[in-house]
Ligand binder design. Structure first.
Ligand SMILES: Nc1nc2c(ncn2[C@@H]2O[C@H](COP(=O)(O)OP(=O)(O)OP(=O)(O)O)[C@@H](O)[C@H]2O)c(=O)[nH]1
Ligand SMILES: [K+]
Ligand SMILES: [Mg+2]
Length: 566
């Protein structure tokens, strides 16, 4: 099965009708009947939805809706009442009961086969025989939900016992997908798993799940928003403590709540401006309403700008800090990589120009995910292959989150005429060393003259990979530096502000929102209608992060990376 999730589903999930109905007693009540109708007229002309459309009704926000009307895309393509009604009818094919192995295939103690959909209970009736049943016992009963049952898993046609295991039935909506869910816990072995899957496949109302389809149904059921879905995926992928913490926060809905707070605030500002459209300042409503809205938007703007200027901490933490090792040939770069990786990952020889390509190793340094890259020694060369390597190395250093310039101490320490020692950095490296994220590491300190050694700069790490001198201090210092720059905890263990943005996708939408807020602030006060529109777009941009609005285009991208059974 390809990476696509539930073909066709994406275009059919539209915002539910509820998502477009303002809650009673909120902003809508600010407007009189007349003003509402004139507003509506304006909107029809502008072919946009109500600015209040972003005010949400009670959950569930995401319904699995079938519609032939296709995608709502772009700015405010308001679904008509007819379309909404049509959307409430589910297509049977779409809502079929799905099943998949949810644990990795192979030999292990337990394998979990998950079934979700309207016929999950029927699947239970057909393949699960609880141990109290059998000859002469009471007839089959439906399971007590949310309780593990010891059972035989049987073939629905032949009644052959396939395995002895456990089964649990989750009654929707109190389940992962919000549908009825059945989990079969059987022994994990190739033959057992395939026989159980084949048995379920016999049932005409079931079909195999697509990648991420269980999670997608949880999203459609309103149980998870997109930031939670992403968090769940990151949680499964997490390899370090920091990644796990960050992902769990997203999965548990902390990001969802923070974004929702921002969005609601924008909507409230919008309601203030809206109220002016028909009343006009100084008429029925309070003086200074517009100024009040502007002031609040200015604050919001500052908050969003603050989140955006986070040095991409959240994104870097999620994907790993990209650390580049660079320097002249034979400086000991590959030796350093091997030391950090604790294995012979790169080739090390006394021949300058040994490394030509970029070699990356993922490591856990002080609890942080770090992708360490070894590069070709930087030097002028006529060798075609090495030239490409040097070019790649330069590019990598420029784009890395952090870079270590490795220099052999013995070669760079030169004696001046006055007999003093001086550190001489090759002029070709100077521009790279000036980059903000680059740090210096002197290696091969064992080769410095033993008698009267040159004084090395204190602020620069110095190590010998031959004797190990200086390596503990270097490792501690590197871990501290990484934590200072990227961690969620500061050095003294107190919590620093957690980055709101953990995905490039979030950043894009927040940047858009900021743009719309700026456009609002730049609009002259007399242009109330376009000003209100800018605020609506800003709210929509934030809604897109959670998937509240116009989600179709991003759904596939989010669910694609899940495995089948999740
Ligand atoms: N004495 C001493 N030798 C070292 C040290 N670190 C590395 N070397 C030696 O220096 C030589 C070059 O090491 P590499 O790790 O291949 O250096 P490199 O910077 O990766 O070299 P290129 O890939 O050719 O650019 C090897 O013979 C290493 O054994 C050290 O701390 N002390
Ligand atoms: K070398
Ligand atoms: Mg090398």
């Amino acid at each position: 099965m390809s990476g696509r999730v539930a073909p066709g589903l994406g275009s059919r999930i539209a915002c539910s009708a509820k998502a477009y109905i303002p809650r009673r007693g909120t902003t809508s009540s600010l407007l009189s009947r007349n003003s509402k109708s004139s507003l509506r007229k304006h909107r029809l002309a502008a072919n946009t939805a109500s600015p209040l459309s972003a005010v949400l009704g009670p959950r569930p926000l995401y319904r699995s809706l079938s519609s032939r009307s296709g995608v709502h895309s772009g700015r405010g393509d308001a679904p008509s009442a007819e379309r909404d009604a049509e959307q409430l009818v589910l297509s049977d094919a779409q809502r079929r009961t799905i099943y998949a192995l949810s644990t990795p295939p192979g030999k292990a103690g337990v394998a979990v086969i998950r079934v979700s959909g309207p016929d999950a209970l029927e699947v239970w009736r057909q393949v699960v025989q609880t141990r109290r049943e059998g000859k002469g016992k009471a007839p089959e009963r439906d399971p007590e939900p949310w309780k593990m049952h010891r059972c035989h898993v049987v073939h629905p046609r032949t009644q052959e016992v396939l395995d002895d295991g456990l089964a649990v039935f989750f009654k929707g909506p109190k389940s992962f997908t919000t549908e009825d869910v059945l989990e079969l816990h059987v022994h994990s072995g190739r033959a057992i798993i395939s026989s159980v899957l084949r048995a379920i496949a016999c049932l005409p109302f079931c079909r195999p799940a697509e990648r991420g389809e269980f999670t997608r149904r949880a999203f459609e059921g309103g149980r998870l928003d997109l930031t939670q879905v992403e968090g769940l995926r990151d949680l499964i992928d997490a390899e370090t403590e920091t990644q796990r913490k960050l992902a769990l926060r997203n999965a548990e809905g902390a990001t969802r709540a923070r974004l929702e707070h921002l969005r609601k605030e924008i909507i409230q500002c919008m309601a203030l401006v809206e109220a002016l459209i028909d009343f006009g300042e100084g008429e029925d409503i309070e003086e200074g309403v517009y100024d009040q809205a502007r002031e609040r938007v200015q604050k919001l703007r500052a908050t969003i700008a603050h989140h955006l200027s986070d040095n991409r901490r959240g994104e870097i933490m999620r994907s790993g800090v990209r650390l580049a090792i660079f320097g002249p040939p034979n400086a000991g770069k590959s030796s350093l990589l091997n030391f950090l990786a604790q294995r012979e990952a790169a080739i090390v020889t006394p021949v300058p120009g040994t490394t030509r390509d970029i070699l990356e190793v993922s490591l856990d340094i002080g609890g942080l995910p770090v992708i360490v890259a070894d590069t070709a020694g930087l030097r002028h060369t006529t060798d075609v292959v090495e030239k490409i390597g040097v070019e790649r190395a330069r590019k990598l250093v420029e784009t890395a989150d952090i870079a270590l310039c490795v220099l052999p101490a013995n070669e760079l320490c030169v004696r001046t005429r006055q007999g003093r020692w001086r550190l001489q950095v090759p002029p070709s490296l100077e521009p790279l060393l000036k980059l903000e994220n680059n740090y210096l590491l002197l290696t091969k300190t064992d080769l410095l003259p033993a008698d009267n050694p040159p004084p090395l700069p204190k602020e620069v790490w110095q190590i010998s990979l031959k004797t190990g001198a200086g390596t503990p201090a270097f490792l501690l210092g590197l871990a501290r530096l990484l934590r200072q720059r990227f961690n969620l905890l500061s050095e003294d263990g107190t919590r620093v502000e957690e980055p709101l943005i953990t995905h490039a996708r979030h950043r894009t939408h927040l940047e858009n929102a900021l743009g719309f807020l700026d456009a609002f602030l730049a609009t002259p006060p007399e242009d109330v209608v376009p000003a209100a529109e800018e605020l609506r777009y800003a709210a929509q941009a934030i809604g897109k992060i959670s998937g509240l609005i116009d989600v179709e285009d991003i759904l596939d991208a989010v669910f694609r990376d899940f495995c089948i059974g999740k």
